[in-house]
Write a protein that binds this ligand. Structure first.
Ligand code: SAH
Ligand code: DHB
Ligand code: MG
Length: 221
């Protein structure tokens, strides 16, 4: 098993299940042109998020970590007319690129980008008494993952789904002595997940063109 094979199979899956898509391909190209880190979800993962939102009938979606808006476009395409995606991004340059990609995808009316650290914008959402979110995708920095998850649960309702990206980190997550702040952040979150009686959850490890990683899925009780 190797990255080369994972990439070839990922390319195959993406060609079978997704193929070319003008708006998404343009969003990826814009991210490359702006030299953003290549850490968007893969096409197959983006479509998985999209299908989860549709299967759940979610109309209000929260995303933490926008980057170029690649996952945001998948999420926004899944909500019904009148639905909404609020996506939180700390980096103004990322937000600008995302805004252009979202406009090109014809989704500006459905997506709101909130600029600022999620540690600030999440409490703002709560203070605004936003209606609860049906679905949340957590995909920002890992150091504050536990705090993001806690806010995501508080902004949810029973039946809401929360997906948390990058909880395996090439397997580093099993290293209890790791000093990597990302790994420590993920491990702190995983410990919380076990004991958090507000949710029931699982984790899946994945391989793809973006390596060995995984996501957690939590159902709010
Ligand atoms: N969800 C995107 C990828 C997100 S990458 C996709 O799949 O297409 C992670 C993003 O989180 C980056 O754009 C980074 O700037 C942002 N981020 C990092 N720390 C943050 C914070 N404290 N608050 C909000 N966003 C943050
Ligand atoms: C990283 C972040 C991500 O959201 C991701 O999907 C992959 C890698 C990172 O910061 O290394
Ligand atoms: Mg990620």
């Amino acid at each position: 098993m190797s990255q080369d094979l994972w990439t070839k199979v990922d390319d195959y899956i993406n060609s079978v299940a997704i193929g070319t898509d003008a708006a998404l391909d343009a969003a990826s190209a814009a991210a490359v042109a702006a030299q953003l880190p290549p850490i968007s979800v893969t096409p197959a993962y983006g479509k998985l998020l999209h299908l989860m939102v549709r299967a759940q009938g979610a109309a209000r979606v929260l995303e933490i970590g926008t980057l170029a808006g690649y996952s945001t476009i998948w999420l926004a395409r899944a909500v019904p007319p009148g639905g909404r995606v609020i996506t939180l991004e700390a980096n103004a340059m990322h937000a600008d690129i995302a805004r252009a990609n979202i406009e090109r995808a014809g989704l500006t009316g459905r997506i709101e980008i909130r600029l600022g650290s999620a540690l600030d914008t999440l409490p703002q959402l709560a203070a605004e008494k936003q209606p609860p979110f049906d679905f949340t995708f957590v995909d920002a920095d890992r150091t504050n993952l536990t705090e993001y998850f806690d806010w995501a649960v508080r902004l949810s309702h029973p039946g809401s789904v929360i997906i948390v990206d990058n909880v395996v980190r090439k397997g580093a997550v099993i290293d209890a002595s790791s000093e990597d702040p990302n790994v420590k952040g993920v491990r702190r979150f995983n410990d919380r997940l076990t004991s958090d009686t507000r949710v029931t959850a699982t984790m899946m490890q994945t391989v793809s063109a973006k390596g060995h990683d995984g996501f957690a899925m939590a159902l709010v009780l």
